[in-house]
Design a protein around this ligand. Structure first.
Ligand code: HPA
Length: 248
């Protein structure tokens, strides 16, 4: 049975190298996921793929139904998730096309559904979030990168903003003071919800641009798309190598 899922972010709405077996539309108590679950084979390993922003990339980060996506994956028997997400680089080491495996998160999002614990409150409603990401999957991604010969930055703090607008340079200054190394819009509440469901979840952040005030002049929005597209060859290779070791 497939236990591994890939949650594709901006730039990764499909896996070209995945042999699709079937698609399953899932309805959840939390509403509709971003799309059908796509079951397939990636280098001989069974995986499920879900495009976080929809297969036509029509759902912006603040409108994603994170609970429905994760509930649908859990319900399908998924135990491990590799999430791909676009970020802006705050730390000087994180430039366009860098890949980073974050190990911490700071949440600046608001008005999203941040928990599954809303109804049946007879159960525990607190999770330990000291280590937001699954260490086992982070290690697998780092090993996958080494095996593929891809440079990857290990560790870093992901700051999750509400979007859909990008940040002001003062907001990025504040985030840097808070210890954030990168900024993205879809990392939270996804990580926390995955933890509430007991899923082993790690992310690969793909740098699309230098964050506001960290590059030369204004952010070129058009360039974000092309940089992400160009980075996806590396991401696909990373996934192939990581999945072969995780599924072994
Ligand atoms: N800010 C927030 N999210 C992002 C950015 C950014 O600069 N780049 C890609 N996703």
């Amino acid at each position: 049975m497939t236990e591994l899922a890939i949650l594709g972010g901006t730039g990764l709405t499909s896996l070209h190298n995945m042999e699709i077996v079937r698609r399953e539309v899932v309805h959840t108590p939390y509403g509709e996921p971003s799309g059908a679950l796509t079951y397939g084979n990636l280098c001989g390993n069974e995986v499920v793929f879900l495009a976080r922003h929809g297969y036509g990339h029509t759902i912006p980060p603040h409108m994603v139904n994170y609970r429905a996506n994760l509930w649908a994956l859990k319900n399908a028997g998924i135990k491990q998730i590799i999430s791909i997400c676009a970020v802006g680089g705050i730390h000087s080491d994180i430039g366009p096309q860098s890949l980073v495996i974050p190990d911490q998160v700071v949440d600046y999002t608001w008005s999203r559904h941040h928990t599954f614990f809303e109804k049946d409150l007879t159960h525990v409603t607190h999770i330990d979030f000291t280590e937001p990401y699954c260490e086992e999957m982070r290690t697998a991604l780092v090993a996958g990168a080494a095996s593929a010969g891809i440079d990857i930055l290990q560790g870093g703090t992901y700051g999750a903003t509400q979007g859909p607008r990008l940040e002001s340079s003062a907001e990025i200054d504040r985030m840097e003071r808070d210890g954030c190394d990168m900024v993205g819009m879809s990392g939270m509440p996804e990580v926390a919800l995955a933890k509430e469901l007991g899923l082993c979840y790690a992310a690969c952040a793909v740098c699309a641009n230098r964050a506001a005030g960290r590059g030369d002049g204004l952010i070129d929005i058009g360039k974000i798309k092309t940089t992400l597209e160009e980075s996806m060859t590396k991401v696909r290779l990373l996934l192939e190598h990581t999945i072969s070791s995780v599924c072994r």
